[in-house]
Design a protein around this ligand. Structure first.
Ligand SMILES: *[C@@H]1O[C@H](CO)[C@@H](O)[C@H](O)[C@H]1NC(C)=O
Length: 272
């Protein structure tokens, strides 16, 4: 990797690649695998491939994040954890973020939608954009949402309630539905198995204590790269945040292990 010999350029390229993880645009997406292959040889996760459309409003905690950065508009997934807080990935930061809750088809406004601006972004202070370590962020909303049938809170695990390999969980997002396919209008979901950490040794920066290794590479189940920032839900609890995977969407993918971050999360929630 020639770029690595120039740290500054590496860093800039890295940051750009990370921002691209969430969907920049349909055209950009075609360039993305190449870009990321050059830079990392791994890519951030931003698509659900081979998942199926969710029953409308069956995941009322799902948040669609519209993120404005310097020159671009992109999106990420996220999920409601308190009436005024959404959780997502730290690589989903931007100049300003708007959150849509209560949506199914993101191009079709419904009475169930609640659109709120983000008042403050709290990316993890030790988030590292080069390794994706500590890829977790809390978003304080400008108002409290109204809890309805279509908008609800997803419980978080306690520090000691982390999950073990073998468990079947579910990821959701508005990511892409095929390697070269456009992003989906409607919320998609896919079942994914938690893997033994050994399966993620292909990722140099994988850290078992901080991350989950998700998706069986041998499974005939669809490959997956969900929307960055979206949740991995196991037995009704948010255990992971979609962080990154391979460009070709071959599992496994890496998710932030939420339980590890409970002390930090509690501290932010308590003082805001
Ligand atoms: C989403 O809504 C748009 C606008 O009404 C519609 O054209 C499109 O077909 C819908 N997508 C799906 C997958 O139903």
């Amino acid at each position: 990797m020639a770029l690595a010999t120039n740290p500054r350029r590496w860093e800039m390229g890295g940051a750009e690649a990370v921002f691209a993880l969430c969907i920049l645009s349909r055209k950009m997406k075609l360039l993305l695998p190449l870009l990321l292959t050059l830079l990392f040889h791994e890519a951030a996760a931003d698509e659900i491939i081979g998942g199926e459309e969710s029953k409308p409003h069956s995941h009322p905690y799902m948040a669609f994040l519209k993120i404005k950065d310097h020159r671009s508009l992109y999106h990420c997934g996220g999920f409601l954890i308190r009436r005024d807080f959404v959780m997502t990935a730290a690589h989903c930061t931007g100049h300003s973020i708007t959150v849509i809750l209560g949506a199914h088809n993101i191009t079709k406004r419904e009475a169930s939608w609640q659109t709120l601006n983000v008042k403050h972004q709290f990316p993890h202070p030790e988030y590292d954009p080069k390794s994706y370590i500590n890829d977790i962020m809390l978003l304080k909303l400008e108002d409290k949402v109204k809890l309805t049938t279509e908008v609800g809170i997803l419980p978080l695990p306690s520090t000691f309630n982390s999950v073990s390999p073998g468990k079947l969980c579910q990821a959701t997002g508005w990511g892409m539905t095929g390697i070269r396919a456009p992003a989906s209008d409607t919320l998609q979901e896919v079942k994914l198995r938690l893997m033994d950490p050994i399966n993620c040794k292909v990722y140099k920066a994988f850290h078992e204590k901080l991350q989950l290794c998700v998706g069986n590479p041998k499974s005939i189940q669809p490959a997956f790269e969900g929307d960055s920032g979206g949740p991995l839900v196991c037995s009704g609890v948010a255990q992971g945040i979609i962080s990154y995977g391979r460009t070709n969407a071959v599992p496994p993918s890496v998710f932030t292990r939420i339980a590890y971050y409970r002390p930090w999360i509690n501290q932010i929630l308590k003082s805001n």
